[in-house]
Design a protein around this ligand. Structure first.
Ligand code: CO
Length: 403
């Protein structure tokens, strides 16, 4: 028995079964009397409990600056991803940008080219909205299936934040976009000058230039001090460390919309500018890598989302997809945001396969893998959103399962 456990039990006994108050810090080596010691003083920036260990899973690559890390979906509650656990995907490392020196230039097919400082952007009318952000390469192992050790490893390139910023439509009104300005190129200030061409309609719809995330400034790995945020669209198009928007009459065919982020179809042609992230859902508990402690009651929970709007229905199967039952959607249910679902479940202690599928407000139903492959083949690396199964084995251990 660890010291902390022994101390906890002693404290519980001493308190006559009342509430035992842990002393601050690790709690290790704390004598029985320690429960009455003063706790830690106030601090200027919060930290999680030292007992909490959940972490992003960092991909092991030979070039760590061109890499990714994944959100621990299996350990999250509710719909918001803590900024510190938001997935990352960088193409040339995280730049260290001074907001006092950083600017956003808007030029090209406009009446009045303008350069905004970050301070000037913050003076403009702002909005705060909750949106998911998902890398189009999320769940990519589903195309040519490789069993994944966890929901985080296979599907952790999706996160959900409360973003604050200026609607891009406000900025484009300021510069006066010319009628022939049908697209814009968004360019980042990272070393590779990551850039994507975006149709003007998205700017006039719900695009943001964001500077806030979950109530504070963007994290550096999320684009500090400003990023483009294109709700419901593939993560790569929400260009981080945004420094330039150029209005153009047609796409610029940048590196990241030609060599990557295209979808190779069975006939050998590639689809380009496939921005929309379609409806998808995942059971996060129980999920691969976890182990049920025993038969009896367990809550099945997870998240569902759609780039087309709000989730309207989530169905869970506990028999490998033979039958489905409606899960409960936790409010708020917001368009283009992770939606938390729950379902009560009694595990009888035998092998079962769990699965989930969702429907969005357009009527789109998340496809099975067979349906997805029939439509798109198996050459793609992006936009895999088929139904995911988990097998609960008789000993309670959960593994990845094709359904
Ligand atoms: Co795409």
């Amino acid at each position: 028995m660890s010291n902390s456990r022994r101390w906890f039990l002693r404290a519980l006994t001493a308190a006559g079964g009342g509430i035992a108050v842990a002393c601050r810090g690790t709690g290790r080596d704390a004598p029985a009397a320690a429960r009455s010691l003063l706790g830690a003083p106030v601090d200027d920036y919060g930290e999680r409990s030292p007992f909490e260990r959940i972490a992003r899973r960092v991909a092991q690559t030979t070039t760590p600056e061109n890499s990714s890390s994944r959100t621990p979906l299996q350990d999250l509650h509710g719909m918001i991803t803590p900024s510190s656990l938001h997935f990352e995907r960088h193409h040339s490392g995280v730049p260290n940008l001074d907001p006092a020196a950083h600017t956003l230039m808007i030029h090209g097919l406009v009446e009045r080219p303008l350069v905004f400082t970050v301070e000037e952007l913050k003076r403009l009318p702002s909005v705060s909205r909750i949106y998911f952000l998902e890398c189009s390469g999320n769940s990519a192992t589903g195309w040519r299936p490789v069993p994944q050790p966890s929901v985080q490893a296979g599907h952790g390139l999706t996160s959900c934040s409360n973003w604050t910023g200026v609607p891009l439509s406000v900025l484009f009104k300021e510069v006066g976009v010319k009628p022939e300005g049908r697209w814009f190129v968004a360019e980042g200030a990272d070393a590779c000058k990551m850039a994507r061409s975006i149709p003007i309609e998205k700017a006039l719809d719900d695009a943001l230039v964001a500077y806030g995330q979950n109530g504070e400034a963007l994290r550096p790995e999320q684009g500090y001090p400003i990023r483009l945020l294109l709700p419901g669209w593939e993560g790569n198009s929400s260009v981080k460390w945004l420094r330039r928007l150029e209005l153009v009459d047609s796409p610029s065919m940048t590196r990241d919309e030609t060599s990557k982020y295209t979808d190779l179809m069975p006939d050998g042609r590639a689809r380009q500018f496939t921005f929309l992230m379609e409806a998808k859902s995942l059971i996060t508990r129980p999920s691969a890598g976890q182990k049920l402690s025993g038969p009896g009651f367990h809550e099945i929970t997870g998240v569902a989302w759609s780039g087309s709007g709000a989730i309207t229905r989530v169905e869970v199967s506990t028999d490998g997809g033979a039958t489905w039952a409606d899960a409960t959607l936790q409010s708020p249910v917001l368009p283009k945001a992770h939606t938390r679902f729950t379902m009560p479940w009694r595990w009888e202690g035998s092998e079962v396969v769990l699965a989930v599928r969702c429907t969005d407000e357009t009527g789109f139903v998340q496809p099975s893998r067979a349906e997805l492959v029939t439509a798109r083949g198996v050459n793609s690396n992006y936009h895999f959103n088929a139904i995911q199964g988990w097998k609960v084995q008789a000993d309670g251990a959960v593994i990845d399962a094709a359904i």
